[in-house]
Design a binder for this molecule. Structure first.
Ligand code: NAX
Length: 328
């Protein structure tokens, strides 16, 4: 059963695609034993640019890279696909209405979800990165009713890693010694970074940091608004960190999470923590033998509960706006 893994990357000519593809080819996502067959999907006007990336991938002479296909055809891109990174999306343009943005993306993710349902492997793992990621994942899932809903995820790992990064900067402790962070909810500024169960070098985070005002204030808002800060500083949105998070997410999905830790994933809610069923919601989860298990018994503070209500409302708002367009 050890043929190449078929990995489809949409938006392959974009910034995140460029930052992700070389690491995937190098084995950072699926391990250094599995070869990969890359399918790069782009819109017709960006196929040439994606061809350029494919040329550079060939020039990397990666031992694990068995094939590269560049295409604007959904069927070709998703045929037999094992892992799909849905990165390409309609960006928000100046003056664009939120409903127009949602509609454009709903159309893209309905078409891609349908193509995945028709052509991908039945156990395909789908990670949506393109924004609004959580709602796009729900849309793709709805368009592929024959594929397990649990296999449609939105990326919250960047938010999760950003939280760990902030704790690491504050304490000087390396990231690998910071465990059990959670970012609840939507990948938007309503997300709820939560360190109530986190440990830093084995010590509860709040005890170690001794500054609840910082944790509940600046820390949480820095994590939730980091994307905008990056744009201000770089003049471009997060790319390598987003690619890194996507690779982390899929690697944990395939190869498991470290014992005694968890990470944040967003998959359709089964009603855990009172989150309405079907909302694609950031939650703590562990992966074992290729399957995720949501950590479903955490106690939440009044503060986290209150903020969680707001991020639920945010996601319900997106869901209802899409429904009002008559798309799902
Ligand atoms: P870029 O604009 O650099 O690249 C996007 C690429 O997608 C373009 O090459 C475009 O031609 C392609 N594309 C658009 N529609 C497509 C379609 N229907 N099929 C195939 N390809 C299509 O954006 P980039 O910086 O790479 O960001 C990609 C997406 O990630 C954006 O939606 C962005 O908002 C989102 N992000 C999500 C993050 C997350 O944590 N979930 C963080 C980073 C990033 O902001």
């Amino acid at each position: 059963p050890f043929g190449p893994i078929r990995v489809t990357v949409t938006g392959a000519a974009g910034n995140i695609g460029y930052a992700a593809l070389f690491r995937i080819a190098a084995g950072a996502m699926l391990g250094r034993e599995r070869s990969v067959d890359l399918r790069l999907l782009e819109v017709p006007q960006a196929v040439d640019a994606a061809e350029g990336t494919a040329m550079e991938l060939a020039d990397g002479a990666f031992p694990l890279l068995r094939n590269i296909t560049v295409t604007d055809s959904l069927e070709t891109a998703f045929d037999g696909c094992d892992v799909a990174l849905l990165i390409g999306a309609m960006p928000r343009k100046q003056g664009m209405h939120r409903s127009d943005l949602l509609a454009a993306n709903a159309e893209i993710f309905t078409a891609q979800g349908r193509a995945i349902g028709e052509h991908a492997d039945e156990n395909v793992r789908v990670l949506v990165v393109g924004n609004p990621a959580n709602t796009n994942a729900a849309i793709a899932r709805a368009a592929a009713p024959d594929i397990r809903g649990d296999n449609f995820h939105a990326m919250m790992r960047l938010d999760h890693n950003r939280a760990i990064g902030q704790l690491s900067s504050r304490t000087g402790v390396s990231a690998d010694k910071i465990a059990r962070v959670t970012v609840w909810g939507n990948h938007s500024n309503t997300q709820v970074p939560d360190v109530d169960h986190a440990f830093i070098e084995g010590v509860p985070a709040r005890e170690r940091i001794q500054d609840d005002a910082w944790l509940d204030g600046e820390f949480a808002s820095t994590v939730a608004n980091r994307g905008a800060e990056i744009i201000k500083a770089r003049g471009a949105s997060s790319a390598a960190s987003a690619a890194n998070a996507a690779i982390d997410h899929v690697r944990n999905w395939v190869l498991g999470t470290p014992a005694d830790d968890w990470v944040t994933i967003a998959r359709p809610s089964h009603g855990e923590y009172g989150v309405p069923e079907g909302l694609v919601f950031g939650m703590p989860a562990r992966s074992r033998d290729g399957d995720w298990h949501v950590v479903s018994d955490l106690e939440r503070s009044e503060r986290v509960l209150r903020l969680t209500e707001a991020t639920i409302a945010d996601l319900e708002g997106e869901r209802d706006a899409v429904r009002a367009l008559g798309i799902t």
